[in-house]
Write a protein that binds this ligand. Structure first.
Ligand code: A3P
Length: 281
Protein backbone atom coordinates (compact mmCIF):
# COMPACT_ATOMS: atom_id res chain seq x y z
CA UNK A 1 0.00 0.00 0.00
CA UNK A 2 1.01 3.62 -0.28
CA UNK A 3 -0.14 6.83 1.37
CA UNK A 4 -0.07 10.16 -0.40
CA UNK A 5 -0.21 13.83 0.27
CA UNK A 6 1.16 15.39 -2.90
CA UNK A 7 4.03 15.79 -3.53
CA UNK A 8 4.76 13.10 -0.94
CA UNK A 9 3.96 9.43 -1.48
CA UNK A 10 5.44 6.67 0.63
CA UNK A 11 5.15 2.92 0.71
CA UNK A 12 3.31 1.36 3.60
CA UNK A 13 1.79 -1.94 4.57
CA UNK A 14 -1.97 -2.46 4.66
CA UNK A 15 -2.01 -2.87 8.40
CA UNK A 16 -1.12 0.83 8.71
CA UNK A 17 -3.31 2.20 5.95
CA UNK A 18 -6.59 0.35 6.17
CA UNK A 19 -7.99 2.86 8.63
CA UNK A 20 -6.25 5.87 7.20
CA UNK A 21 -9.27 8.14 7.47
CA UNK A 22 -9.70 7.43 11.18
CA UNK A 23 -6.05 8.13 11.77
CA UNK A 24 -6.15 11.41 9.88
CA UNK A 25 -9.29 12.45 11.77
CA UNK A 26 -7.90 11.50 15.16
CA UNK A 27 -8.76 14.08 17.83
CA UNK A 28 -5.66 14.94 19.77
CA UNK A 29 -5.82 16.59 23.19
CA UNK A 30 -3.59 19.36 24.50
CA UNK A 31 -2.04 17.05 27.08
CA UNK A 32 -1.37 14.17 24.66
CA UNK A 33 2.26 13.29 24.16
CA UNK A 34 3.21 12.04 20.75
CA UNK A 35 6.38 9.98 20.40
CA UNK A 36 7.50 10.23 16.79
CA UNK A 37 10.34 8.31 15.16
CA UNK A 38 11.55 6.71 11.99
CA UNK A 39 11.24 2.96 12.77
CA UNK A 40 14.12 1.55 14.85
CA UNK A 41 15.38 4.88 16.17
CA UNK A 42 14.60 4.15 19.82
CA UNK A 43 10.80 4.35 19.98
CA UNK A 44 10.48 1.60 22.56
CA UNK A 45 13.22 3.00 24.75
CA UNK A 46 11.71 6.47 24.90
CA UNK A 47 8.16 5.07 25.18
CA UNK A 48 9.08 3.12 28.28
CA UNK A 49 10.96 6.10 29.71
CA UNK A 50 8.02 8.47 29.22
CA UNK A 51 5.55 6.01 30.67
CA UNK A 52 7.69 5.46 33.77
CA UNK A 53 8.21 9.20 34.18
CA UNK A 54 4.48 9.83 34.08
CA UNK A 55 3.03 6.80 35.76
CA UNK A 56 5.87 5.20 37.72
CA UNK A 57 5.65 1.58 38.74
CA UNK A 58 2.22 0.14 37.97
CA UNK A 59 0.51 -1.95 40.57
CA UNK A 60 -0.40 -4.47 37.93
CA UNK A 61 2.20 -4.79 35.17
CA UNK A 62 0.98 -3.80 31.70
CA UNK A 63 2.89 -4.60 28.49
CA UNK A 64 4.36 -1.54 26.84
CA UNK A 65 2.20 -1.75 23.72
CA UNK A 66 -0.83 -1.25 25.97
CA UNK A 67 0.71 1.62 27.90
CA UNK A 68 1.73 3.51 24.76
CA UNK A 69 -0.68 3.41 21.85
CA UNK A 70 0.72 2.87 18.36
CA UNK A 71 -1.23 5.41 16.34
CA UNK A 72 -1.17 3.53 13.03
CA UNK A 73 -2.75 0.38 14.50
CA UNK A 74 -4.22 1.39 17.83
CA UNK A 75 -6.27 4.41 16.81
CA UNK A 76 -8.51 2.48 14.38
CA UNK A 77 -9.34 0.09 17.18
CA UNK A 78 -9.96 3.00 19.45
CA UNK A 79 -12.40 4.46 16.93
CA UNK A 80 -14.25 1.20 16.66
CA UNK A 81 -14.55 1.18 20.45
CA UNK A 82 -12.47 -1.93 20.95
CA UNK A 83 -9.69 -0.45 23.01
CA UNK A 84 -9.55 2.56 25.27
CA UNK A 85 -6.48 4.76 25.02
CA UNK A 86 -4.29 4.81 28.14
CA UNK A 87 -4.95 7.33 30.86
CA UNK A 88 -4.10 10.98 30.69
CA UNK A 89 -1.64 12.10 29.49
CA UNK A 90 -2.17 9.73 26.61
CA UNK A 91 1.14 8.49 25.26
CA UNK A 92 0.89 7.79 21.55
CA UNK A 93 3.66 6.69 19.24
CA UNK A 94 3.86 7.09 15.49
CA UNK A 95 6.34 6.49 12.69
CA UNK A 96 4.62 8.83 10.27
CA UNK A 97 6.57 11.49 8.38
CA UNK A 98 5.70 14.91 9.78
CA UNK A 99 3.49 15.72 6.77
CA UNK A 100 1.11 12.89 7.68
CA UNK A 101 0.59 13.65 11.36
CA UNK A 102 -3.15 14.22 12.03
CA UNK A 103 -3.75 17.95 12.03
CA UNK A 104 -5.44 18.02 15.43
CA UNK A 105 -2.02 17.51 17.07
CA UNK A 106 -0.90 20.85 15.65
CA UNK A 107 -4.21 22.52 16.49
CA UNK A 108 -4.14 21.27 20.07
CA UNK A 109 -0.46 22.09 20.39
CA UNK A 110 0.21 18.66 21.86
CA UNK A 111 3.76 17.98 22.92
CA UNK A 112 5.83 15.84 20.63
CA UNK A 113 9.06 13.97 21.35
CA UNK A 114 10.99 13.02 18.21
CA UNK A 115 13.88 10.55 18.42
CA UNK A 116 16.38 10.27 15.59
CA UNK A 117 19.17 7.74 15.12
CA UNK A 118 22.15 7.85 12.77
CA UNK A 119 21.32 6.38 9.37
CA UNK A 120 23.85 3.56 9.45
CA UNK A 121 22.76 2.02 12.73
CA UNK A 122 19.16 2.77 11.86
CA UNK A 123 19.28 0.78 8.63
CA UNK A 124 21.05 -2.15 10.29
CA UNK A 125 18.44 -2.27 13.02
CA UNK A 126 15.62 -2.01 10.47
CA UNK A 127 17.13 -4.85 8.43
CA UNK A 128 17.09 -7.21 11.40
CA UNK A 129 13.62 -6.04 12.36
CA UNK A 130 12.26 -6.72 8.87
CA UNK A 131 13.72 -10.21 9.12
CA UNK A 132 11.86 -11.00 12.31
CA UNK A 133 8.64 -9.03 11.79
CA UNK A 134 6.23 -11.22 9.87
CA UNK A 135 3.94 -8.27 9.17
CA UNK A 136 6.65 -6.49 7.16
CA UNK A 137 7.86 -7.43 3.67
CA UNK A 138 10.90 -9.74 3.50
CA UNK A 139 14.07 -7.65 3.60
CA UNK A 140 16.04 -9.70 1.05
CA UNK A 141 19.82 -9.68 1.29
CA UNK A 142 21.73 -6.95 3.09
CA UNK A 143 23.25 -5.25 0.07
CA UNK A 144 19.95 -4.88 -1.79
CA UNK A 145 18.29 -3.76 1.45
CA UNK A 146 20.89 -1.03 1.87
CA UNK A 147 20.25 0.06 -1.70
CA UNK A 148 16.53 0.30 -1.03
CA UNK A 149 17.11 2.25 2.15
CA UNK A 150 19.10 4.84 0.20
CA UNK A 151 16.27 5.08 -2.31
CA UNK A 152 13.75 5.56 0.49
CA UNK A 153 11.75 2.51 -0.59
CA UNK A 154 10.96 1.45 2.93
CA UNK A 155 7.84 1.08 5.01
CA UNK A 156 7.34 4.68 6.29
CA UNK A 157 9.47 6.06 3.45
CA UNK A 158 12.84 7.73 3.36
CA UNK A 159 14.93 8.06 6.53
CA UNK A 160 16.60 11.15 5.03
CA UNK A 161 13.31 12.96 4.48
CA UNK A 162 11.87 11.80 7.80
CA UNK A 163 14.64 13.10 10.07
CA UNK A 164 15.11 16.27 7.98
CA UNK A 165 11.47 17.29 7.79
CA UNK A 166 10.88 16.70 11.50
CA UNK A 167 14.01 18.76 12.15
CA UNK A 168 12.60 21.59 10.06
CA UNK A 169 9.30 21.42 11.93
CA UNK A 170 11.16 22.17 15.13
CA UNK A 171 11.84 25.69 13.87
CA UNK A 172 8.15 26.58 13.72
CA UNK A 173 6.61 24.31 16.36
CA UNK A 174 7.91 24.96 19.84
CA UNK A 175 6.25 21.96 21.50
CA UNK A 176 8.64 19.61 19.75
CA UNK A 177 11.60 18.06 21.58
CA UNK A 178 14.08 16.54 19.10
CA UNK A 179 16.44 14.03 20.63
CA UNK A 180 19.07 11.54 19.46
CA UNK A 181 19.51 7.82 20.17
CA UNK A 182 23.27 8.34 20.45
CA UNK A 183 22.79 10.90 23.23
CA UNK A 184 20.57 8.46 25.13
CA UNK A 185 23.31 5.82 24.91
CA UNK A 186 25.96 8.30 25.97
CA UNK A 187 24.14 9.65 28.99
CA UNK A 188 20.62 8.43 29.69
CA UNK A 189 20.29 10.50 32.88
CA UNK A 190 21.14 13.73 31.09
CA UNK A 191 18.62 13.02 28.33
CA UNK A 192 15.95 12.18 30.91
CA UNK A 193 16.65 15.55 32.56
CA UNK A 194 16.07 17.28 29.23
CA UNK A 195 12.87 15.32 28.72
CA UNK A 196 11.68 16.32 32.18
CA UNK A 197 12.30 19.97 31.61
CA UNK A 198 10.45 19.77 28.28
CA UNK A 199 7.51 17.99 29.91
CA UNK A 200 7.51 20.02 33.10
CA UNK A 201 8.23 17.00 35.31
CA UNK A 202 10.26 17.06 38.51
CA UNK A 203 11.02 13.51 39.64
CA UNK A 204 13.01 13.05 42.84
CA UNK A 205 16.65 11.99 42.59
CA UNK A 206 15.70 8.48 43.73
CA UNK A 207 12.89 8.26 41.21
CA UNK A 208 15.13 9.39 38.38
CA UNK A 209 17.87 6.93 39.34
CA UNK A 210 15.31 4.17 39.44
CA UNK A 211 14.03 5.03 35.98
CA UNK A 212 17.55 5.21 34.52
CA UNK A 213 18.00 1.66 35.84
CA UNK A 214 14.62 0.50 34.53
CA UNK A 215 15.33 1.63 30.98
CA UNK A 216 18.85 0.24 30.75
CA UNK A 217 19.20 -2.06 27.73
CA UNK A 218 19.83 -5.24 29.76
CA UNK A 219 16.90 -4.51 32.03
CA UNK A 220 14.49 -3.82 29.20
CA UNK A 221 15.71 -6.81 27.21
CA UNK A 222 14.67 -9.07 30.07
CA UNK A 223 11.54 -7.16 31.02
CA UNK A 224 8.54 -8.96 29.55
CA UNK A 225 6.50 -5.81 29.98
CA UNK A 226 8.91 -3.88 27.76
CA UNK A 227 10.56 -6.31 25.33
CA UNK A 228 7.50 -6.99 23.14
CA UNK A 229 7.89 -10.73 23.71
CA UNK A 230 4.09 -11.06 23.70
CA UNK A 231 3.67 -9.71 20.16
CA UNK A 232 2.81 -12.61 17.88
CA UNK A 233 3.98 -10.98 14.62
CA UNK A 234 7.56 -11.12 15.86
CA UNK A 235 9.72 -14.19 15.36
CA UNK A 236 12.28 -13.98 18.15
CA UNK A 237 14.06 -17.05 16.85
CA UNK A 238 15.15 -14.99 13.84
CA UNK A 239 16.25 -11.92 15.80
CA UNK A 240 15.39 -10.42 19.18
CA UNK A 241 13.55 -7.11 19.30
CA UNK A 242 16.05 -5.84 21.85
CA UNK A 243 18.95 -6.77 19.64
CA UNK A 244 22.11 -4.88 20.64
CA UNK A 245 21.14 -1.33 21.58
CA UNK A 246 24.53 0.07 20.54
CA UNK A 247 26.02 2.91 18.58
CA UNK A 248 28.36 1.66 15.83
CA UNK A 249 27.01 -1.84 15.16
CA UNK A 250 26.87 -0.77 11.48
CA UNK A 251 30.61 -1.50 11.35
CA UNK A 252 29.76 -5.19 11.60
CA UNK A 253 27.52 -4.96 8.54
CA UNK A 254 28.85 -2.36 6.06
CA UNK A 255 31.73 -3.36 3.80
CA UNK A 256 34.36 -0.66 3.16
CA UNK A 257 32.91 -0.08 -0.31
CA UNK A 258 29.32 0.09 0.98
CA UNK A 259 30.41 2.61 3.57
CA UNK A 260 32.13 4.85 1.03
CA UNK A 261 29.16 4.75 -1.32
CA UNK A 262 26.82 5.40 1.55
CA UNK A 263 28.78 8.47 2.68
CA UNK A 264 28.87 9.89 -0.86
CA UNK A 265 25.15 9.46 -1.30
CA UNK A 266 24.47 10.82 2.21
CA UNK A 267 26.16 14.13 1.37
CA UNK A 268 23.86 14.67 -1.58
CA UNK A 269 20.74 14.09 0.56
CA UNK A 270 21.59 15.73 3.87
CA UNK A 271 22.35 19.36 3.12
CA UNK A 272 21.38 21.04 6.38
CA UNK A 273 24.57 21.65 8.39
CA UNK A 274 22.58 22.12 11.60
CA UNK A 275 21.40 18.49 11.61
CA UNK A 276 24.37 16.33 12.57
CA UNK A 277 24.45 12.67 13.55
CA UNK A 278 27.10 10.68 15.34
CA UNK A 279 27.87 7.21 13.97
CA UNK A 280 30.12 6.46 16.91
CA UNK A 281 30.48 7.78 20.42
P1 A3P B 1 19.19 -2.50 17.65
O1 A3P B 1 18.47 -3.30 16.63
O2 A3P B 1 20.34 -1.74 17.06
O3 A3P B 1 19.62 -3.29 18.83
P2 A3P B 1 12.48 0.94 18.03
O4 A3P B 1 12.03 0.83 19.43
O5 A3P B 1 12.34 2.31 17.45
O6 A3P B 1 11.91 -0.13 17.17
O7 A3P B 1 14.07 0.74 18.04
C1 A3P B 1 14.64 -0.50 18.36
C2 A3P B 1 16.11 -0.32 18.58
O8 A3P B 1 16.31 0.34 19.85
C3 A3P B 1 16.85 -1.64 18.67
O9 A3P B 1 18.19 -1.38 18.20
C4 A3P B 1 16.82 -1.90 20.16
O10 A3P B 1 17.76 -2.81 20.63
C5 A3P B 1 17.08 -0.49 20.68
N1 A3P B 1 16.68 -0.32 22.08
C6 A3P B 1 15.48 -0.57 22.64
N2 A3P B 1 15.51 -0.35 23.96
C7 A3P B 1 16.76 0.05 24.26
C8 A3P B 1 17.43 0.43 25.46
N3 A3P B 1 16.79 0.41 26.62
N4 A3P B 1 18.72 0.79 25.38
C9 A3P B 1 19.37 0.79 24.20
N5 A3P B 1 18.80 0.45 23.02
C10 A3P B 1 17.51 0.08 23.05
Amino acid sequence: ATIEKPPLSISMINMFTENWENIQNFQARPDDILIATYPKAGTTWVSNTLDLLHFGQREKPIPLHKRVAFMEVFIPDFHSGRRPLPTSPRLIKTHLPVQFVPKSFWEQKSRIVYIARNAKDNVVSYFHFDRMNKAHPEPGDWSSYLQRFKQGKMVFGSWYDHVSNWWKKKQTYSNLHYMFFEDMVEDTGREIDKLCSFLGLTPSVEEKTRIVGEVHFDKMKNDEMANYSTISDFDFKVSPFMRKGKVGDWKNHFTVAQNEEFDEDYKTKMKDPTLQFRTEI
